[in-house]
Design a protein around this ligand. Sequence first.
Ligand SMILES: NC(=O)c1ccc[n+]([C@@H]2O[C@H](COP(=O)([O-])OP(=O)(O)OC[C@H]3O[C@@H](n4cnc5c(N)ncnc54)[C@H](O)[C@@H]3O)[C@@H](O)[C@H]2O)c1
Ligand SMILES: O=C(O)C[C@H](O)C(=O)O
Length: 311
Amino acid sequence: MKVTIVGAGNVGATCADVIAYRGIASEVVLLDIREGFAEGKAMDISQCATNTGFNTRVSGSTNDYSKTANSDVVVITSGIPRKPGMTREELIGINAGIVKTVADNILAHSPNAIVVVVSNPMDTMTYLALKATGLPKNRIIGMGGALDSSRFRYFLSKALDVPANDVSAMVIGGHGDTTMIPLTRLASYNGIPVTQFASQEVLDKVAADTMVGGATLTGLLGTSAWYAPGASVAYLVDSILNDQKKMIACSVFLEGEYGQSDICIGVPCIIGKNGVEQILDINLNEAEKAAFAKSADAVRAMNADLKAVLV
Ligand SMILES: NC(=O)c1ccc[n+]([C@@H]2O[C@H](COP(=O)([O-])OP(=O)(O)OC[C@H]3O[C@@H](n4cnc5c(N)ncnc54)[C@H](O)[C@@H]3O)[C@@H](O)[C@H]2O)c1
Ligand SMILES: O=C(O)C[C@H](O)C(=O)O
């Protein structure tokens, strides 16, 4: 199985590294516009093979899409990341042009690929990729919810002082500082509601920390995060390539689910070899429904800014 990752920067290279290390794909191609950069990252990752014991072939390409031909999955991480003090939405001006060009190039060489969109603002870039390529909605998946949910589980595990893998929790809605919806009511510690282990005040802080999780790391690192983002993409790619049918919150095109249409936004999905195999329209309470509608309004407002790119 072949995976192409466009953008060999922090997130793209980390994703390639995790995919190779875990043997998720037999072949990974990294592509970047910076001369020699993807080749260098691919060589560095490949030189881990004997010490970590993987056999995935990893190669690099400077903007030569012929090397990406017949990929099963293509991940788009190309574009600029935010700096401290910025929102993800401020990246739209530069990233929209990059994502559209990349999406067109990918499909010319891998017409059957499932496309995973990572570049920010991710929900808007996912919508752009869908509209620009005309691909069926099951083949365009925005990655954000897998990362946000892993951060939510991390903060819950800290608050409860338990292992993160014993915590089950999901974040839906937009992948933005104010649009994420951590579903605290449904979060559990080995099946027992987390509300039995922490006060509402503590859980509210966990939700707030989760929503600004990316901004907090950007402030600490000077650029946005990459280890958890790269691992989250690899987790999603694993479910596609190995037909695992995991339930993962992904940004997908809605046609009536959650009362929304003509928008890509995070909802629980079953992810398998066909990409988005099912959208789970779970029952939300009134407060969660209101939060989802507000989140969708904000994401839709950003989509309106794509008009110039989509002509
Ligand atoms: N969806 C998420 O959860 C999530 C998580 C982390 C980062 N991101 C986003 O992912 C993007 C990448 O972040 P990063 O930290 O890896 O940035 P980075 O700057 O380290 O890497 C981006 C790479 O894209 C390359 N690039 C730019 N234009 C290109 C083009 N036309 N074709 C091919 N390559 C091109 C650059 O040369 C660079 O190497 C950013 O937009 C960031 O906001 C999203
Ligand atoms: O925070 C960012 O800008 C990058 C990414 O969306 C993240 O959540 O880490």
